[in-house]
Design a protein around this ligand. Structure first.
Ligand code: FAD
Length: 526
């Protein structure tokens, strides 16, 4: 075995890169090995059609930890976040709901639909910020293990309990509700306007195989509420140059600190000796040794494909087998020669610069899930649309646009047929759902890229196409992610760590698992 490193990082997604950057800054000799020709994993920009730069998978940023932006000096390495203002929801009645970051405007807009809701919206916003503030410190915490409490874990749990105790009774009550209720049940307690509840509940189902009425989705609502840009809660933005620009900025920070990064270097196996990771074997046959191996790919790939089941304790292997992926999302990227024209608010305007949400009613959302439950993609799907070229013209030729559609539901396991045969029909369904509200869309399309959950798995190595490397459901969070007893970035294989979205605090362009795991590696190094 040649060339020994302190740490080998499997995967050059944004978390693997964050992990590498912190370790290199601490003086470790680090090598990142990425399977694809391009860095970033699901946070990647690619020129899919000549002149059109697409954030092929993830498309907006909100959760990226501000301390990581600061500590890695990402703006100096090219990161620039541009604001994404508002959510526009067209309705079949010819009306619409358009919420923006300006409170007074949004209040007036909601008042058009319901005076009561306009009042409640303010209170709801404040309550969610309080909830977010309570949960936020948990993101940078190594989860305590309740089954093996050492003094540090006990201290963390006590501190959490104390913070919970200090919340007002109303906030305590909200917190428990968020952990247990469905997004719609939770929102029903605040609002009466159907379209408002429908479009707000959408954040509760992203990346899960659950419907807006399924218990547990209220928490996912909060997870997406915690985004923070420059200290403002609940704000989302675009990275100039697409989400790949985030990964590239992190890669630059890692390189500057001395990390070595190799693309087109797929890893076949993690080498072990006497229960300890000793390095990796690439698909090319090359073997590279290291004191520590950190995996930013999901647990199924890490443990079953790269380590091998027989190396694992039986109980742990069973837990990893039970870990749920259940991909439910697809992506349709369109290159356009002009803008879509919404019947309910014609012409180009600021409403096209934010998110455009095809979520006209709670029933529409729940029916979209009904299809998925029975093994087919939604006939009328929920779609989250953005047109980044309006904010960042560098991503499309002059006068042209890129339009990104995040789509649910697209179940990985289809009851009839297979995704290779259904791909274009799925793309047609998405375009038809948009055309109900913006009939000119079909005439504007120059090129179309359709990503099914199978394509997401094949392209990005995300098992079953789950966008978060495993569902963000309560039974897979905090001290249970990815398995009970193994949420502290360590694994039953000594010197093998987990540093991607399958570790606490989970998916999204956040960087937190990568950084937390780096701190754990450095702590253990001592
Ligand atoms: C369609 C889609 C839309 C999304 N939208 C958003 C969004 O708008 N906002 C948001 O915050 N989040 C979004 N997400 C989620 C977010 O992008 C991911 O949670 C996050 O990027 C995961 O980062 P990661 O570094 O943990 O893992 P990954 O990005 O999965 O990185 C893992 C890396 O490992 C590499 N790899 C795999 N196997 C091997 C191997 N054998 N050898 C070497 N390398 C290997 C992969 O190629 C990949 O580069 C979306 C995800 C998808 C798929």
């Amino acid at each position: 075995m040649v060339q020994t490193y302190d740490v080998i990082v499997i995967g050059g997604g944004h978390n693997g890169l964050v992990h590498a950057a912190y370790l290199a800054r601490a003086g470790k000799k680090v090598l990142v090995l990425e399977r694809r020709h391009v860095l970033g994993g699901a946070a990647v920009t690619e020129e899919v059609f000549p002149g059109f730069q697409f954030s092929v998978a993830s498309y907006v940023v909100s959760l990226l930890r501000p301390e990581i932006i600061r500590e890695l000096d990402l703006p100096r390495h090219g990161l620039e976040i541009l604001p994404l203002d508002g959510t526009f929801t067209p309705m079949p009645s010819g009306d619409y709901l358009w919420r923006v970051n300006d409170h007074a405007k949004t209040r007036r807009e909601i008042q058009r639909h319901s005076r009561v809701d306009a009042e409640a919206y303010e209170e709801y916003g404040k309550a969610m910020v309080d909830m977010g503030r309570f949960v936020k410190p948990i993101l940078s915490l190594t989860p305590p293990d309740p089954t093996r409490l050492d003094w540090k874990g006990l201290f963390e749990l006590l501190r959490l309990g104390r913070r919970f105790q200090k919340l007002s009774w109303q906030d305590q009550y909200n917190q428990v509700q968020l952990m247990t209720m469905s997004a719609v049940d939770f929102l029903d307690q605040w609002f009466e306007t159907d379209v408002l509840k429908a479009t707000m509940s959408a954040s509760g189902i992203i990346g899960t195989f659950l419907g807006v009425r399924s218990p547990g989705t209220a928490y996912v609502l909060l997870h997406h509420y915690m985004g923070e840009i420059d200290g403002a809660f609940r704000s989302w933005g675009f990275a100039r140059g697409g989400t790949g620009a985030i990964s590239n900025a992190i890669a630059e920070a890692a390189r500057e600190a001395g990390a070595e990064i190799r693309t087109e270097s797929p890893i076949a196996r993690i080498l072990t000796k006497n229960g300890r990771a000793t390095g990796v074997a690439l698909e090319s046959g090359e073997e590279i040794g290291a004191s520590v191996v950190s995996s930013s790919v999901d647990p199924r790939l890490t443990f079953f494909r790269m380590v091998g089941r027989k190396e694992l304790p039986e109980e742990f292997a069973e837990d990893i087998e039970r870990y749920k992926f259940r991909g439910s999302s697809g992506k349709v990227n369109l290159a356009l020669d002009g803008l879509p024209d919404f019947t309910c608010l014609p012409g180009p305007g600021a409403h096209l610069r934010g998110a455009i949400s095809i979520s006209p009613s709670v029933e529409y959302m729940e029916r979209a899930y009904d299809d998925a439950k029975y093994g087919r993609y939604s006939r009328r799907p929920y779609i989250d649309i953005v047109i980044p070229s309006l904010t960042d013209p560098s991503v499309a030729p002059p006068g042209k646009h890129v339009l990104s559609c995040f789509v649910q539901y697209a179940p990985y396991h289809l009851k009839n047929g297979d995704w290779d045969k259904e791909r274009e029909a799925f793309g047609d369904t998405v375009v038809a759902a948009i055309a109900e509200f913006a009939p000119n869309i079909r005439d504007r399309i120059l090129h179309r890229q359709v990503l099914t959950p199978l394509d997401i798995e094949r392209t990005f190595g995300l098992t079953e196409g789950n966008i978060f490397q495993g569902e963000l459901t309560l039974e897979q969070l905090f001290f249970l992610r990815p398995a009970p007893g193994w949420a502290q970035y360590t694994t039953p294989i000594r010197s093998l760590y987990m540093c991607g979205s399958a570790a606490h605090p989970g998916g999204g362009i956040m960087g937190a698992p990568g950084k937390n795991a780096a701190m754990k590696v450095l702590h253990d190094w001592k």
